[in-house]
Structures are given as C-alpha cells and as structure tokens.
Design a protein around this ligand. Structure first.
Ligand SMILES: [Zn+2]
Length: 157
C-alpha cells in the first residue's frame, strides 16, 4: 500500500507544522521524517494525553504549551524525544508505530505506553526549563506518578 499516494489524495502538500503559540520557530521537519498519515486511533490516544498535559500539567508549573509531532522511520530506538531547548513551549516527537511494537513486545497497554512516553518527555522538558540535568529516573518517576495518581511528582523543588 502506498501511503504517500493516499496522503496525496487527501492533500496535495504535507501539512505544515504549526505552533503559533511557541516563542521559538522549531520545526520537527528539520530533524525528523514527519508522518503525514499516522494511525488515527493512536493519534487520538496521544492527543488526549497532550490535552491533559496542556490543561492539567503545564499550566500548574507556568510553562506555555506543548505540542507533539508524529514521526516515522526514526529507528526502533527512538520512541519519542523532547526537543532540547524548546521549553517552555516543548516540542515532542513521537513514533507511534515504534511504541505500538514495543507495547506488543513487552505486553504493555498501548494507551499506557503512549501516555507514559509523553509524560516522561514532559519530565525532560521540565528538567531543561529548570536548568537541571536530564535525569532518566526522575522523568520515569514523573511519568509513573502521573499515571498512578494523576498528580505531578515534584522532582524540582
Ligand atoms: Zn528519557
């Protein structure tokens, strides 16, 4: 199946990256292959979590707004990344298909996988914004704590 051709039928041009709220002009297309036709079911899971991040998490700590770009062909190691330097308007890139494969491989619910991946990256965005080191343990605990309690684990005070 030729997804590029299908995308072309819906749209002549790939959708441009738009993040007007951000104070930076970072565009994920510079560094990644953006997926123009990501799986709609996985995107809807991700967008729900992004809404939660933007409405319930980010305002509480005074950051601006976060946005996710859906990428492909980034290698199975790249599940997601916070783009360093974009906070307080953090850009996340996320490879939904790689997360689906990982979730299947490790028997993790895909919804939980996408959620904790994005909140983990938010943890890194907070670390960057607060001038902290990129600690994996703190980011992981931050993601788990939100998943378990819907409360932000404060690793920065
Ligand atoms: Zn990490």
């Amino acid at each position: 199946m030729n997804w590029y051709k299908i995308a072309q039928e819906f749209n002549d041009e790939p959708a441009p990256w738009e993040f007007p709220e951000a104070e930076h002009d970072y565009d994920p297309n510079w560094d990644y292959e953006v997926d123009d036709v990501p799986d709609t079911q996985l995107v809807s899971i991700a967008e729900n979590i992004m809404t939660e991040i933007n409405e319930q998490m980010i305002p509480e700590i005074g950051m601006g707004k976060a946005k996710a770009a859906y990428i492909k062909n980034a290698g199975e190691e790249t599940l997601a990344r916070y783009v360093f330097g974009t906070a307080p308007y953090p850009v996340f890139v996320i490879n939904l298909e790689a997360i689906r494969e990982g979730a299947e491989k490790y028997g993790v619910d895909i919804g939980v996988g996408i959620e904790t991946t994005l909140t983990h990256e938010l943890g890194h965005a907070i670390q960057d914004w607060m001038g902290m080191e990129m600690g994996e343990d703190e980011a992981e605990e931050f993601a788990r704590h939100w998943h378990d309690f819907r409360q932000m684990y404060n690793f920065w005070d």
